[in-house]
Design a protein around this ligand. Structure first.
Ligand code: PLP
Length: 283
């Protein structure tokens, strides 16, 4: 069952209004939340980011954090996401329905749509690593907003696939920003490097968990921009996201990263992340 515009409906019953601004303009925001063993992971951080995204696009959400939490919990129950099931919960808010004009209508009612589906963890890829291609970052200048408008991300991912790689690492004039749907970290001499959390990247929740875990375990972290050359000479590279977790990249632009195998710091962080998940599922 899905939740759409205030109603519980089956998938086949969902109707999108032709003048829904999310549909016409990508005028809306979203979150993808990880469910481990039937429990929401980092839910509060997702809520905080959702409310921030709303503020940044001048949209007032008519729901409280508690109402959204109740709704999310109901969604899991109605879809049998029980304590053995790993899943994702998708939640989007369109600005609402109005005659198609670009400027923001004075009064629209945001339309909330949410669904949850079982989704296995990408454990095999996490073990063997993935490949990536450097691609120019053609997206807009507010990548910190988790907007429905994802055509830039769609295209850069496809450009990478067309070049024979599994994902894209994006750069603006040689400065690495992030991936099409993940943040990126480079490892050099035992320290982590990742782009600072500004308007050029999404402030990833997994990124922040990894930074915190690294710091707690004495691994130096530099939140600063680095170049594509630095990335190519890194000892290890990995990406982070809600669904990819900590995903090592073993080749960039067809060249091996470091030794070409998943590196020791990536493995260590995966281990710490695993512990973190297990602890949060027990709470
Ligand atoms: N960067 C972009 C562009 C993304 O789309 C995503 C996730 O969808 C991320 C980073 C990772 O964010 P999170 O760890 O919150 O899933």
């Amino acid at each position: 069952m899905l939740y759409v515009g205030g109603k519980w409906v089956e998938e086949g019953e969902v109707a999108v209004h032709p003048e829904d601004r999310g549909y016409n303009f990508g005028d809306g925001i979203y979150e993808v939340v990880r469910i481990y063993k039937g429990k929401m992971y980092q839910w509060d951080a997702h809520l905080t980011r959702l409310f921030r995204s709303a503020r940044e696009i001048k949209m007032e959400l008519p729901w409280t954090a508690d109402e959204l939490s109740t709704l999310a919990q109901q969604l899991l129950e109605k879809n049998n996401i029980t304590k053995d099931v790993d899943a994702t919960l998708y939640l989007q808010v369109s600005r609402g329905i109005s005659p198609r004009v670009h400027d923001i209508p004075e009064k629209t009612e945001p339309v909330l749509m949410a669904f949850a589906r079982p989704k296995a963890r990408p454990l095999a890829d996490m073990k063997k690593g993935m490949t990536a291609q450097l691609i120019e970052d053609i997206r807009w200048l507010r990548c910190d907003i988790k907007t429905l408008n994802l055509l830039g991300a769609v295209l850069v991912k496809q450009y990478a696939k067309d070049a024979g790689a599994q994902d894209s690492i994006l750069h603006r004039n040689g400065i690495v920003t992030e991936c099409s749907s993940a943040n990126v970290f480079a490892v050099k001499n035992g320290a982590l490097y990742t782009h600072q959390a500004d308007n050029m990247i999404l402030h990833g929740i997994t990124r922040q968990v990894v930074i915190d875990l690294a710091k707690e375990n004495g691994i130096p972290v530099h939140e600063e921009a680095f170049t594509t050359d630095f990335l190519k000479q890194a000892d290890e590279v990995f990406l982070t996201s809600t669904t990819a977790e900590i995903m090592p990249l073993v080749s960039v632009d067809g060249q091996p990263v470091g030794t070409g195998a998943v590196g020791p710091l990536s493995l260590k962080l995966q281990e710490l992340f695993e512990q973190h998940i297990n602890e949060s599922v027990l709470v």
